[in-house]
Each structure stands twice: as structure tokens, then as C-alpha cells.
Design a protein around this ligand. Structure first.
Ligand SMILES: [Zn+2]
Length: 471
């Protein structure tokens, strides 16, 4: 651990403005310095720094960014990427097949898959992530969130795990099988335990718990309401999936007689401390209402393309006043956890719409940092400014992919694709990635262990489903 770090003479540093509607939203400077002491940024600007530091990083060829913030993921899904039986599926069919594999996941697999996903995130410049863990298989231990937290602490990632759950199985008209839904009382008891054991609301916190019932088609209305109350009691953020597909819309209209947004509004969910993954199929009135309430949205373009779900109305939501961050979503629908790639896809997918809705590199960079911080309810990350947490990523421009694009280093990392890990990642004042290597991680051992667990799970599901899931 370095007690002070000096980032000297950056090729370009993006500090990020408070609001996306401001001019020069990246708030850049060239040369100068960023100086870190302990876990905080002490100063950042074009002036030279004359003092000493324990570690000095020459950033003369580097783009310096606030650490990227991932607002939506399902780490455990990294065990089931690229399953042949779901490659051409839309959401409901995709889910039903995966549930049959996921119900066999145990505690070790939750730990290893979380570590794998977090390592990928770190390598792409991400310093803070949420995870939506809603799957608690009946035969697995109950402390799955604790296993993820263990992995985050080892790798030094700032973490906002969400205690998710499913409470409405096929028997009650939901989508998931009986073996993965939980009794409501047990869930809320576990929420109390997790908040007590881990939740830290203070500025600079490395861990905050949020609550995240899975979706309108796997949760009873009663559990949805109770989640809002419990979150209020403890001052927590709440999270779920919303308006992802037309199937979901049809399901809600048939079962509840309402569109998904109206259902969530009537359950008390359209509020400032709530953030929702996707928000694709929303009409103008719903967008206005969402913006007025100041909800957060996790935009997950790769997953939306993979499952053919649609394109989220990001510009309209921003214009209405909603907070927007970027999320890679689970690795069974992405199938990677690369935040830089996600920013690029957010920009590219917007170009399939009318021109007025196009996003530019500056906008997705802001959404991937400051936007994500706002969505997660944090005012201490997402910017490179005095007093903010020292969460920073650095990317060398000396890569073949950027040769010819270096005149604008910030746009280069969105328009182009970095084929290797970013160079340095600092989380909370600690070097989490140093010269492209994650500190304290044996990549090869992790990769092999994850593959071994994945092979076992799929083989078990194939036996039980009597269906071939892999080619
Ligand atoms: Zn999701």
C-alpha cells in the first residue's frame, strides 16, 4: 500500500463535470498532476507538483480517467457464458434454460465466479461495481453475498452488492423453478444480518449493501413493497430489472393488468433511491415521470443486443432528468465484463436510432464514471477532484489500436478497442492493477478453477434435462 501516489504530467486527464449538460463535460487538462494521499485525491490540475510521493507514475503517454463504475451485473453468470442451448434465445426462454443450470451452483462457485467477473472489470478500468445476486439455490449455503464480499476484498474493488431474491415460482405464476425461490421471512432476516455485518454508509465506503428483488415476473407485489420499506429504514438504494422486453410487458399486462412501469410505480418504487436495469420499453409519459422522480437507470447495451431486447431511450431519459449509468449486465448475456467495451457499445447502439438520439464518446465516458456514481447513490467517486476517493484508471496510448487516434485520447478509448488490460488502476488509493497485472491474483489458477466448476454445472444440468447444452 502506498501512502502517497503522484500521477505526473498526464497526456490528458478527465476530471468530469458534475452534470452531463455542462460544456466540456470531461473537464480535461494536459500536463500537470494528480496527487493522492491515503485513499483521497488531494489535488488535480495542470499545475506542476513540486512535492515528493512514495510512488510516482509517469503519465506522459497516458489517458487518466476516474475509475469506471459498473451499475449492473450478475457475477455468477460468468460460469455459464456462451451456452449453446441459449445462444439464439430471447429473455424468457434464455432464463428458463439457465435456471436449470444455475440451481446447481454452490458457495465456492459463487466465490470463484465473482472473482473472475471482478478481475475482468478491474482490467477494463472499473473501480466500483454493483452486483445483482438474486439466485439462492436451495442446496447452496445462505451466505453467498458474504462469499462475493470476500472476493471483492481480496481484489480491492469498491463494491455495492445487492441482496436480491426471487419469491414467486412457476407454481405461483412466476418464471423460476421452485428450487431457486426463497421464503420472504428468511430473505428479510438475511438482509438485516448483511446490513449489520457489512453496510458502511460513510464517505469513502468500500462496501454498501443495496436491495434487489429480481424482476416483476419473479417477485410477489408484497415483497416489492416490503423492500421499499426496509430500504427506507436502513437508508439503502434499491434495484431491479424494468421494461427489458416486450414479453415482460405482456406478462405484467396479463397478470397485473398494468404495464411494468405502472406496476412498479404503484408498488412505491419510482423514487430517487431506486435504480433499474434496462428501461427499454417505456412510453413518453413514463419517461417524463421517471425523470421527474430522479430514478437511476443502468444502461446495458451489449446484453440488450445479445437478447434482442431493444434500444433504451437514453437521450430521452437524460433529458427528462433521470440518472444514467452503464452496466455490463450478467455474463450469460454479454458475455464479458469489459466496461470500456460497454461504453463503446452504448455509443454505437445509439447510432441505430434517429440522429437526435445519438450519443458521443464524451457522453458515454461521463455516464460510465460520474453517471454511474450518481446511479449508485454516491457523491464521493466518479470524478478526479480534491476530496474525492482515489479511484483512477490509466491507459497508455502506445497501443496499435490507438495509433492514428491519439490526437484525442479520451475519444480514442471509446471509438477504438483496447485489446489488453488498461495499464494502472487505483482503487481507494491502492494499486489494484499495476502495469496491466491485477495485484495478488494468479490468473491462470482462477481461469482453470472457474472452467472446472462451469463444466461440472453444465454436465449436471445436461443429465437432469436430458438435453445437450454445449456443442
Ligand atoms: Zn440483469
Amino acid at each position: 500500500m502506498h501512502s502517497s501516489i503522484l500521477i505526473r504530467d498526464p497526456l490528458l486527464c478527465c476530471r468530469m463535470k458534475d452534470d452531463i449538460n455542462q460544456d466540456d463535460v470531461l473537464d480535461t487538462f494536459r500536463g500537470g498532476h494528480v496527487y493522492i494521499e491515503g485513499n483521497r485525491i488531494i489535488s488535480a490540475g495542470p499545475e506542476a507538483f513540486t512535492g515528493k510521493a512514495d510512488r510516482v507514475i509517469d503519465a506522459g503517454r497516458m489517458l487518466v480517467l476516474p475509475g469506471l463504475v459498473n451499475t449492473h451485473h450478475h457475477f455468477f453468470q460468468s460460469l455459464t457464458r456462451n451456452i449453446y442451448g441459449t445462444r439464439r434465445s430471447e429473455l424468457f426462454d434464455w432464463l428458463s434454460t439457465h435456471y436449470e443450470i444455475w440451481r446447481g451452483i454452490g458457495g465456492d462457485a459463487f466465490y470463484i465466479s465473482a472473482k473472475t467477473a471482478m478481475a475482468e472489470l478491474l482490467r477494463s478500468g472499473c473501480t466500483a461495481s454493483s452486483d445483482h445476486l438474486y439466485l439462492f439455490p436451495r442446496n447452496a449455503e445462505s451466505t453467498l453475498i458474504d462469499r462475493e464480499i470476500g472476493a471483492a476484498r481480496e481484489l480491492g474493488l469498491r463494491f455495492q452488492p445487492t441482496r436480491g431474491f426471487m419469491s414467486m415460482s412457476k407454481r405461483d405464476g412466476g418464471l423460476p423453478p421452485e428450487e431457486v425461490v426463497q421464503d420472504e421471512e428468511a430473505v428479510f432476516e438475511d438482509i438485516g444480518r448483511l446490513v449489520e455485518a457489512y453496510h458502511n454508509h460513510r464517505s469513502g465506503s468500500m462496501l454498501r449493501i443495496s436491495l434487489a428483488p429480481c424482476s416483476p415476473f419473479s417477485i410477489t407485489p408484497g415483497s416489492m413493497r416490503r423492500t421499499v420499506e426496509v430500504a427506507e429504514e436502513h437508508g439503502l438504494q434499491i434495484h431491479t430489472h424494468l421494461a427489458e422486453t416486450r414479453d415482460e410487458e405482456r406478462y405484467c399486462l396479463e397478470k397485473f393488468g398494468k404495464r411494468p412501469f405502472a406496476l412498479m410505480r404503484d408498488l412505491g418504487w419510482i423514487r430517487e433511491n431506486a435504480w433499474f436495469a434496462h428501461c427499454i420499453h417505456m412510453n413518453d409519459a413514463e419517461i417524463r415521470e421517471a425523470g421527474k422522480a430522479g430514478i437511476g437507470v443502468a444502461h446495458c447495451p451489449t446484453s440488450n443486443m445479445r437478447l434482442g431486447s431493444g434500444i433504451a431511450p437514453v437521450k430521452e431519459l437524460l433529458g427528462a432528468g433521470a440518472k444514467i449509468g452503464i452496466g455490463v449486465d450478467g455474463s450469460a448475456s454479454n458475455d464479458s465484463s469489459n466496461m470500456l467495451m460497454e461504453l463503446r457499445n452504448a455509443m454505437l447502439i445509439s447510432r441505430l436510432r434517429e440522429r437526435e438520439f445519438w450519443l458521443d464518446a464524451d457522453e458515454v465516458l461521463w455516464m460510465g464514471t460520474m453517471g454511474g456514481a450518481k446511479v449508485l447513490g454516491r457523491d464521493d467517486i466518479g470524478q478526479i477532484k480534491a476530496g474525492k476517493c482515489a479511484d483512477i484508471s490509466m491507459i497508455s496510448m502506445d497501443r496499435l489500436e490507438y495509433a492514428g487516434a491519439q490526437h484525442d485520447p479520451a475519444a480514442a478509448v471509446v471509438f477504438g478497442v483496447a485489446m489488453e488490460a488498461v495499464d494502472h488502476v487505483i482503487v481507494n488509493g491502492r494499486m489494484a492493477v499495476d502495469h496491466g497485472k491485477i495485484n495478488g491474483l494468479d490468473d491462470t489458477a482462477l481461469i482453470r478453477e472457474q472452467q472446472r466448476l462451469s463444466d461440472g454445472l453444465v454436465a449436471m444440468a445436461e443429465k437432469h434435462m436430458r438435453r445437450k447444452l454445449r456443442r
